[in-house]
Ligand binder design. Sequence first.
Ligand code: UDP
Length: 504
Amino acid sequence: MQHVVRHPPSSALSCVPRIRDAGARIGGPNPYPSMAIPTVVLLPLWSAGHLMSLLEAGKRLLACAGGKLSLTVLVMPPPTEQLAAEVQGHIRREEASGLDIRFVHLPAVEPPTDFRGIEEFLSRFVQMHSPDVRAAVAALPCPVAALVLDFFCTALLDVSRDLAVPAYVYFTTNAAMLALMLHLPALHEEVTVEFEEMEGAVDVPGLPPVPPSSLPKPVMDKKNPNYTWFVYHGRRFAEADGIIVNTAAELERSALAAIADGRCTRGGRVPAVYPIGPVISFEPPPEQPHECVRWLDAQPPASVALLCFGSGGFFAKPQAHEIARGLECSGHRFLWVLRGPPAPGERRPTDANLAELLPDGFLERTKDRGLVWPTWAPQREILAHAAVGGFVTHGGWNSTLESLWFGVPLVPWPLYAEQHMNAFTLVAAMGVAVAMKVDRKRDNFVEAAELERAMWELMGGSEEGRKAREKAMEMKAACRNAVEGGSSDAALHRLAEQLYTGAV
Ligand code: UDP
């Protein structure tokens, strides 16, 4: 086990929303004058959407605690070299930030090979790390305020219990999804057939009736261990001391109320819920503007539709051709971040070979109003640009929050994980998105004409699109108020106080 660097404390948090310094308020004088200050131990997953979100939440806690808490991040060695390199890059950047964060690298374990899906893989892989997590936490030289576990890590609640350390779950996605997962053990008993075979909609407290076709991928096949693990996590959430959710009260009042009053857990124990979001990790802008940003500089305000599909979204040639036709017919300006299928043995998309993926002449015909970007793009910077007027997105929750942060309405195109549920929530519960027909039975295929129609609505062609834009602007104001002295800031302070007083 390798202990890595402890940096001098610093109050500088670049580009983070202003967070009141509660150091003077939380817990009174430090009861550990002669010892190191209590540490909050974070256990993130390694993918950017999970790791960066939990790290950012941790950094906001640090800022809020005003020097009375430190952060320790336990790093599970990622299962592929590509992911390991990405994680190492993130760690190096954090180490250079000068904040009071200690990274502890756990020993590698042999990853499971006989798994049937990513959710099963992650849950089992994490569980295999239990002895190392236990040893690492027990060896820490300072009081431990709590373990904060990514929501795939609930098996480690046993470690926290063994060590008598408070445990919190960090839920990287939204309250709608949390309501569903907390309710899943009850649904598991009530609905004995596959959800798709049941009559009517699924009743999730706090949400409009959910069509079974909008449920997240891992619960669509009850015979798959992914489903069993989701029920397991949903059950175990209730054992945590608290659940930290990357949402704001103003975004999801109804779902949060249903969780808080016990409707999701059938009146059973409900941990304290802390909606501290939007937790978005912003980096300072680079010295030289990115090529995508330079291209946007030359476009009129709110005229460009961004198409970008997260860290895992990619398209093969038939779908790429369909998108190209839809974009061409729509006549709209667009910035399309297009990735190609993963290399053999890898999970992550490759940079797109545009000559192979796109129809002949497409780039030439659309060169005055479109840019196709074949690799990772600076999505937050792009969404922040005044030229961007709409976002066609896979609907990952980080991307969604980033879009709302800048008041950009969405067209969700769910591809994997919980994104079908997010698409439903964004359209039916939050009203910030225009619906688009995605054929789930054909690998989430979207026809060119359907994309063209949805883009026309998104860019202001229909009343529905205009309402989504208005609502997105309302959410922009709500998000900013929430973290800058409003509800999320208050939740963060309650959490800091709770962590500090719980330190053992
Ligand atoms: N992202 C980016 N550039 C890209 C694709 C994705 O910066 O080309 C970022 C995006 O801004 C977001 C994260 O990657 O912060 C994706 O997280 P999300 O939860 O939306 O989706 P996931 O990748 O976890 O499916």
